[in-house]
Design a protein around this ligand. Structure first.
Ligand code: ATP
Ligand code: MG
Length: 180
């Protein structure tokens, strides 16, 4: 399982100022009053992992993730979130740490970076496949997700178990080989 060391957000939802959240090993609890931005942190994590549905991020359009202004604060032009991950599974190279960044401008232009190098969304999705940290993975259980899993079709539930067991990578490779 990939270990998430921290999240840095700028211009994402309520985080108008650059905000750093560090996760120590063990249990981290985020507490705060209603509307203070607790769920926005998990939204930020899911967003970097490639979430493409504004609805899953509790918005109407993807642009809604960009800070829209507040009392005495102008709206911002882009949102940027970086995840800092431990690389002990050696997902890429032998760097001790991996940084994954997603940026979105109001124009709709979207960018992804891996250790500051521009990459495609697919590179990020592939990287996290079977690590337990994909956007569809079991590591982020949002409100209502438990019910959804219990009520899911057998095939969808199987998908989740396969991701957890780490076999999706092989299924995907098999499919790619068969397509050649
Ligand atoms: P609860 O305890 O009710 O679950 P929470 O701490 O999880 O609350 P969030 O849902 O994370 O709160 O944060 C909601 C806040 O984020 C609201 O005040 C909302 O106005 C603000 N917010 C969401 N999107 C944006 C945006 N694009 N620009 C500015 N503020 C935003
Ligand atoms: Mg919440």
């Amino acid at each position: 399982m990939v270990y998430l060391k921290g999240v840095t957000a700028y211009g994402f939802k309520s985080f108008a100022d650059k905000t750093n959240v560090t996760f120590v090993r063990g249990l981290t609890a985020i507490v705060g009053p209603n509307g203070s931005g607790k769920s926005n942190i998990t939204d930020a994590i899911r967003w970097v992992l490639g979430e493409q549905s504004a609805k899953n991020l509790r918005g109407a359009r993807m642009e809604d993730v960009i800070f829209s202004g507040a009392l005495n604060r102008q709206p911002l032009n882009y949102a940027e979130v970086t995840l800092k991950l431990d690389n002990e599974l050696k997902l890429i190279d032998s760097d001790p740490e991996i940084e994954v960044t997603r940026r979105l401008y109001r124009s709709g232009e979207s960018e992804y970076f891996l250790n500051k190098n521009k990459v495609r969304l697919k590179d990020i999705t592939d990287l996290f496949l079977d690590t337990g940290l994909g956007k569809e993975a079991f590591s982020i259980i949002s409100q209502g997700k438990v019910d959804e899993i219990l009520n899911a079709k057998a095939e969808d539930r199987r998908h989740l178990i396969e991701e957890a067991a780490g076999v999706l990578k092989y299924k995907k490779r098999k499919k790619e080989t068969e397509a050649k």
